[in-house]
Design a protein around this ligand. Structure first.
Ligand SMILES: NC(=O)c1ccc[n+]([C@@H]2O[C@H](COP(=O)([O-])OP(=O)(O)OC[C@H]3O[C@@H](n4cnc5c(N)ncnc54)[C@H](OP(=O)(O)O)[C@@H]3O)[C@@H](O)[C@H]2O)c1
Length: 284
């Protein structure tokens, strides 16, 4: 069985390939896909085949998927064009005999208020209509998204965000990647839709406490209003578009859109997800 992984030059795709190898999938059965041959080159040392696959060049996708059984489609980071890019991959897969696509979507895509959802809903619908077997991994937020918040703790001894009442079931990318590897390399996941989040649902107070443990000094949580958060991000030099995006995410987070209590992720990977103190400890 050949498993091809998109986004192999990015964080989640690379971790997925590492997880496949850790699960003793034969390296010769893994194909690393990306648009940049120099960034793909290190896979040669692992015995993993590299193929050029540029979402914006459909011919490269068709060629890259020849002989592939399972595709891990890590959603594109090109927010402007990814609806078309995902369509390109799903169509090419249908025409090249791919048997299964594992797609990384977003937590509770059918009800969330997160702004990133429309592209994922389109991809999920296209997968259902494609006739190919599929598994949808509705990933919650990466704990790595909060590296900036941790940096504030390092520099100022505070963590400031508009997160009053919010609980966040984030998990590190490595845990989501392991789930992708499990699903891609084992049977029994056809047409499954998995809602994935970390075992620990943390508050801003919990984050401050974990940062305090990691740094060995006090860290205080500062709960901001939306307006205060936008001012805070602007003072850090954050671009206006990013501030708008981050502010909308805070609103959705307070609405519970990043909270998950299913523990499906830890069940899939067969161990608890990494705790916040452990992850922040690795950032020191
Ligand atoms: N759940 C979350 O918290 C969260 C947060 C951020 C993003 N996401 C989503 O999850 C995905 C994976 O996250 P990540 O951290 O691994 O992202 P990442 O490190 O930015 O990786 C994105 C990958 O997409 C590839 N890509 C972009 N445009 C491409 C194109 N035209 N053709 C082929 N490949 C292309 C990039 O290739 P290059 O190396 O050539 O650029 C890279 O390998 C993101 O793309 C995004 O959709 C989720």
């Amino acid at each position: 069985m050949t498993i091809a992984v998109f986004g192999a030059t990015g964080h989640l795709g690379a971790l997925t390939i590492r997880s496949l190898l850790a699960r003793e999938v034969d390296p010769h059965c893994i194909v690393a896909l990306g648009r940049n041959s120099a960034k793909l080159a290190p896979y040669a040392e692992l015995g993993v085949e590299q193929r050029i696959a540029d979402f914006d060049a459909p011919d490269t996708i068709t060629t890259a998927l020849a002989g592939v059984d399972t595709v891990v489609l890590v959603s594109s980071n090109d927010l402007e064009h990814r609806q078309r890019q995902h369509h390109t991959v799903i169509s090419a897969a249908a025409n090249t005999g791919v048997q299964r696509i594992v797609y990384t979507s977003v937590l509770r895509a059918d009800t969330t208020t997160l702004a990133v959802v429309p592209d994922h809903l389109v991809a999920e619908r296209e997968l259902r209509e494609s006739g190919i077997d599929y598994t949808i991994l509705r990933n919650g937020w990466y704990t790595e998204n909060y590296e900036g918040l941790f940096q504030e703790a390092v520099e100022k001894g505070t963590v400031s965000a508009a997160l009053t009442g919010a609980r966040i079931s984030s998990a590190r990318r490595a845990d989501y990647a392991e789930a992708a590897a499990v699903v891609a390399s084992t049977p029994g996941h056809d047409r499954a839709v998995y809602e994935l989040g970390g075992d620990q649902a943390w508050t801003l107070d919990d984050f401050a406490a974990a940062a305090s443990t990691a740094l060995g000094r006090p860290v205080a949580a500062q709960y901001l209003t939306d307006e205060e958060e936008r001012e805070h991000l602007a003072a850090l030099g954050t671009p206006a578009g990013v501030i708008q995006f981050a502010s909308a995410i805070s609103v959705s987070t307070r609405a519970g859109d990043l909270y998950d209590d299913t523990h499906t992720l830890s069940r899939l990977i067969g161990h608890p997800t990494a705790e916040l103190t452990e992850v922040l400890g690795q950032w020191v």
